[in-house]
Design a protein around this ligand. Structure first.
Ligand code: APR
Length: 242
């Protein structure tokens, strides 16, 4: 299908766990996903952390360590190339806490659910780059309080990051792309309605049609490493940027 786009158009892209699947990271709600093995109430809520912080640390420590074994794939790279070549406004919003978009070279990037490679002090609010394990025995290097460092990730019941910037971009965009997300988690699941309501064209790129596929004007289905580079090629060609 021919993509209708002008060079001055604003693009907002939302990504989810599906874009990192072919890099070797698990999704959440697929049959072999994270939530089939671990209860999200135990590891991804403030209440779970209050009950058993070491269990929560162990869960994110393992996921942080796994980042060393994976690399960005062709879909991450295609989005970084699109950002680099796109003359109009561009914003990549990701629900992923891995660092694969960053490593692929994306810079206009909002990790709305936080980042595995950062720790935050619940006492003084300090935000620190973090590559190793976290534990309750550690002290914050800034305020020196012990047991206050937590993963800088957004848990269920907490407010995602940079929402004002995201909604401003959605209200202003001409093209909204949703890539590799089941659309089960709000507020991200509501972004397509927000963008469409402001007149944007919307496209779902996913392994298969999500439950909310009918909310999109268009869909491209298949593995992210195939459909995303192909769609970016079509987009750049349609704008005369190939
Ligand atoms: N290419 C493209 N899409 C894929 C691929 C692939 N290779 N493999 C799986 N998918 C799709 C699945 O079909 C599914 O629609 O990716 C989607 C992943 O959905 P979820 O597991 O629900 O992940 P996501 O939508 O990112 O979850 C949102 O929920 O628990 C949380 O905080 C966590 O950020 C996460 C949020």
């Amino acid at each position: 299908m021919q993509v209708k786009i002008r060079r001055s158009d604003s693009i907002v892209v939302l990504t989810g766990a599906g874009i990192s699947r072919e890099s070797g990271l698990d999704t959440f709600r697929d049959a072999d996903g994270v939530w089939a093995r671990v209860r999200l109430e135990d590891v991804a809520t403030p209440e779970g952390y209050a009950r058993d912080p070491e269990r929560v640390h162990a869960f994110y420590n393992a996921r942080r360590a796994a980042l060393e074994t994976v690399t960005p794939n062709a879909a991450h790279q295609a989005l970084a190339a699109l950002e680099a070549r796109w003359p109009g406004n561009f914003l990549l919003v990701t629900q992923n806490i891995d660092d694969l978009h960053d490593r692929a070279g994306s810079r206009k990037l909002v990790p709305m659910h936080g980042e595995l490679l950062k720790a935050r002090c619940t006492a003084c609010g300090d935000l620190l780059p973090w590559t190793g394990d976290l534990s309750t025995g550690m002290a914050c290097p800034h305020c020196l309080r012990q047991g206050t460092l937590r993963p800088h990730v957004v848990w269920f019941g907490e407010m995602p990051l940079e929402m004002e910037r995201i909604y401003a971009a959605l209200a202003d965009c001409d093209l909204f792309l949703s890539i590799g997300t089941s659309g089960n988690v709000y507020p991200a699941a509501g972004f397509v309605a927000e963008a469409s309501g402001h007149g944007a064209h919307s496209v779902e790129l996913n392994l298969e049609r999500s439950q909310g596929a009918h909310l999109f004007a268009e869909g491209r289905y298949g593995p992210a490493t195939q459909v995303v580079p192909a769609f970016v090629r079509d987009l750049l060609a349609a704008a005369g940027l190939d």
